[in-house]
Design a protein around this ligand. Structure first.
Ligand code: ARG
Length: 838
């Protein structure tokens, strides 16, 4: 069989030979060198080819097809090769990313010479080369040697502790998968572990490859590539300024009328001094630091851990801040437009904050203690000691703070100042009223330490002596805030103590309508007839002295009528009480109705109707419903601070506001956020000052007025009581255990609960909080409703006012644990201050 086939094949050998010379020749070369079996194989191969050719000749279409296949294969192979080359040379390189670090350490035992200030001096270059060499050899012999690329010494400064402070950049080139091996801690540990400490001398200076380095001064931070490229040598916009003489102020102005500016100003001053920067004015577009910002660092490189302060809003009243050593870096990021910075800086000699104060025996203020460098913001690190000496053992020291309060330290750290007073530790907190702290000791020692990561507000306190057996003067009541108020102010319905301690344990004031004593101020002109004669509601628009219970008209005059705002009657002489009242009046066909409750939702709520709550907003974080908010104007919303206060939540670009919406996903308008204004005194521990403004990037179109409408802001004097109709609304959970959020906006009717009753449930309820609920607990807000409105109607058919902002509660819908809301009336001035033209 085989032979026969061979023979028949041979016949056509020749005619194929011409056509296919190369292939035949190739094979025959092989055949010639190998043995006869291969020879056979060769012939068989040629035979098969010829047979195939015959078929091909017979069928030209098939021939073409083969050619096409061949071309496809060739093209495919080329593409594969090209792709592999591309991958090896380009993509693989791409997937290696540069990781940048900014670092510094102090080289001890080296004398600083002025030439080091100039990066182009030969002295700088030789010192920089030496240090660069040391750092490079440390990393080249470490576990990350293959990823280490280079070190660039950017500055040498003279340190307050002596020696030279070295500021440097380090660059690693890391394949994506290996990124964790060059973490900040790892890179910094390698440097620290390479410092050889001597066991004999107890100083923190050891040797880094022969270089005397202070191990405590080593700091390494991950940095941005953009920061590296814009501050590195040769960058267009880096200025260096030096203040050699203390207390001489050097002007600092930055103007930018063109777009996209990233500029750095490096400030240094003589050793032993610190730098005070004063921002006189700064004009930028506020955007929560997303676009325009000035970041001030307590170092010469933009190190995250060294941020002293960030200015993200325009500044009109001067602010000043102080560094902790003789260097400071200003990093400006300015976008298109006319941006102006005006200020100055100066060197200040370091203050020894240590005082001995002898107090006189007499009453009255004896003097003032201030935070270091007052009124500049607090430095990042500071320590002050005041030693008081009293003339007699019966006297103690009273410290009266403007907007600061001391509280016994609990398990948590102090965030805004750490105090040690007679060996007891207290934490400081900022508030918007004054407090008095009394120390019943003859010679107390008061120690203060700054404890905030970035610059805090300054504070001052007046000190005086007080009688330890009787802190308040005769006829006065001692508040929990330490203030003394006249006894007759107790239970007068006004918060004279600032923490309502004068209004605790008060029985409901009696309604004495006849008789000699005047009617309790709460009953006068509150809109309800409390005396059968009706005398409590007459002459309510008569002008009176201004107080917390009177309504203040636009022209400054005050009237007794508490709820004069937007009630449809002209109460003020200047008619200001009825101005700007396009709010709180749902125009939709159906109003709040008591129609049959279909589904039990929110906690114990029912489905809201289209257009019923046109001020309700749903705030979505990263695409998910996260909080509620209320419309105040076409550009501003009001919500809760706790919705935006964590770092992750503070980026306005991650949020969207859904307006004019009943069912989730069907908003009439979805808006981007420009910025959040979180209350500066917001306290994440106890939810005090839980309020935030949200500014939209663009005003919502007025054509949507039918679906979107502002709610009215109450007047500071406005009172809401059990008698008012109040509803809480939102898309939050319907019970504590609920896992699915409702689609339809939910509403539940709740009533206002008196402050003393609420304190009975929770204890710690500040005057900036308000409670609402029902005794059974069945109606309440829950998780997800936060930031949303508690809307109260002034009277039947009247306008709706934003009485509260959903803030917190113990669980949801529990009996005797009502919902706690931010008391909006307390923040009207704060809101107005931030929203011009509202
Ligand atoms: N803090 C919650 C939120 O973030 C709101 C809780 C309200 N709780 C209550 N029982 N009323 O959504």
């Amino acid at each position: 069989m085989e032979t026969a086939r061979e023979e028949s094949a041979r016949g056509s050998d020749d005619d194929a030979a011409q056509e296919d010379t190369t292939s035949v020749a190739d094979v025959s070369v092989e055949v010639a060198t190998v043995d006869a079996t291969l020879n056979k194989l060769c012939r068989r191969y040629n035979g098969r080819r010829r047979r195939a050719k015959k078929i091909k000749k017979k069928n030209p279409i098939l021939d073409l097809q083969n050619l096409a296949i061949l071309i496809t294969v060739v093209v495919f192979v080329i593409v594969v090769i090209m792709w592999s080359l591309l991958w090896v040379f380009i993509f693989r390189r791409e997937s290696n990313s540069g990781v940048y670090f900014a670092g510094m350490f102090r080289v001890a035992n080296v004398e600083f010479i002025p030439e080091y200030r100039h990066a182009d001096s030969s002295e700088f270059v030789s010192m920089a080369n030496r240090i660069q060499h040391v750092i490079t050899s440390v990393y080249r012999t470490s576990s990350v040697s293959r990823l280490y690329k280079q070190t660039v010494i950017s500055d040498l400064s003279n340190n307050n502790q002596g020696g030279v402070l070295v500021h440097f950049w380090m660059i690693f080139v890391v394949p994506h998968l290996k990124t964790p091996s060059v973490c900040e801690d790892c890179v910094s540990a390698i440097l620290k572990d390479s410092v050889h400490m001597s066991l004999q001398n107890r100083s923190s200076v050891g040797f880094l490859q022969g270089l005397p380095v202070d191990i405590d001064s080593i700091l390494v931070n991950v940095a941005l590539r953009s920061d590296y490229s814009s501050t590195a040598v040769g960058s267009q916009c880096v200025d260096k300024l030096y203040a050699g003489v203390p207390d001489v102020s050097i002007p600092l102005n930055v103007f930018s009328s063109w777009g996209g500016l990233s500029c750095y100003i490096k400030l240094t001053s003589a050793p032993g001094s610190v730098i005070r920067l004063t921002v006189k004015s700064f004009r930028i577009d506020p955007s929560d630091c997303v676009y325009d910002a000035l970041t001030v660092y307590d170092s010469l490189l933009p190190m995250r851990g060294m941020i002293l302060y960030r200015v993200c809003e325009s500044v009109s009243a001067p602010i000043s801040l102080v560094s902790t050593s003789n260097v400071m870096l200003l990093s400006f990021r300015l976008t298109q437009g006319n941006k102006i910075f005006r200020g100055h800086f100066q060197a200040l000699m370091e203050e020894q904050c240590m005082n001995t104060i002898a107090l006189p025996a007499g009453p009255g203020d004896a003097g003032v203690i201030t935070s270091p460098f007052f009124p500049s913001l607090l430095p990042r690190q500071c320590s002050c000691t005041w030693m008081f000496q009293m003339p007699s053992g019966a006297l103690g020291v009273a410290l009266r703070f403007q907007n600061y309060m001391l509280k016994l330290k609990d398990l948590q750290n102090c965030e805004h100042g750490w105090w040690k007073i007679n060996e007891i530790i207290y934490c400081g907190n900022y508030i918007d009223y004054s407090t008095v702290f009394r120390i019943p000791a003859q010679n107390p020692e008061v120690v203060f330490r700054c404890s905030s990561r970035s610059a805090d507000q300054s504070f001052n306190a007046t000190y005086s002596s007080y009688n330890t057996s009787q802190p308040c003067p005769e006829g006065h009541f001692l508040c929990s805030t330490g203030l003394c108020v006249e006894k007759f102010r107790r239970c007068d319905g006004l918060d004279d103590c600032q923490d309502e301690s004068d209004e605790m344990f008060c029985s409901k004031p009696p309604k004495i309508c006849g008789g000699l004593s005047p009617l309790h101020p709460l009953y006068i002109c509150n809109g309800e007839t409390d005396c059968s004669s009706g005398k409590d509601e007459i002459n309510c628009t008569q002008e009176t002295s201004c107080s917390g219970v009177s309504y203040q008209c636009g022209n400054g005059a005050c009237i007794l009528k508490k709820n004069a705002k937007c009630d449809g009657l002209h109460d003020c002489y200047d008619r200001s009480d009825e101005k700007d009242c396009a709010c709180g009046n749902p125009t939709a066909s159906k109003r709040v109705s008591d129609s049959a409750a279909t589904q039990q939702r929110i906690v114990g709520g029912i489905n809201a109707m289209e257009g019923e709550w046109p001020w309700q907003v749903s705030m979505h974080f990263s695409g998910q419903m996260y909080c509620g908010a209320s419309v105040l104007s076409d550009e501003w919303l009001l919500s809760a601070a706790h919705c935006f206060s964590k770092e992750r939540l503070a980026d306005p670009r991650m949020w969207m506001a859904h307006l004019g919406m009943l069912n989730q996903g069907s908003a009439k308008h979805v808006a981007e956020i420009r910025r959040f204004v979180v209350h500066e005194y917001y306290n994440a521990r106890n939810f005090d000052y839980d309020i935030a403004l949200v500014q939209l990037k663009k005003a919502w179109p007025s054509s949507l007025e039918k679906y979107i409408q502002p709610i009215c802001l109450p007047a500071p004097s406005q009172t809401f009581t059990e008698g008012h109709r109040c509803w809480v609304t939102g898309w939050g959970y319907r019970s504590e255990q609920d896992k699915i959020l409702p689609t339809v906006l939910q509403k539940a009717e709740v009533s206002i609960i008196s402050q003393s009753e609420c304190k009975r449930s929770y204890g710690a309820v500040s005057p900036r909080m308000l409670c609402a609920g029902v005794p059974s607990g069945e109606q309440d807000a829950c998780r997800g409703d936060s930031g949303g409105p508690l809307s109260c109607q002034a009277h039947s058919g009247g306008r709706w006012f934003l009485t509260g902002v959903v803030s917190w509660g113990s669980g949801c819908g529990r009996p005797n644990f009502p919902g706690v809301y931010t008391r909006v009336a307390k923040f009207v001035d704060w809101i107005q201050r931030h929203i011009q033209n509202l």
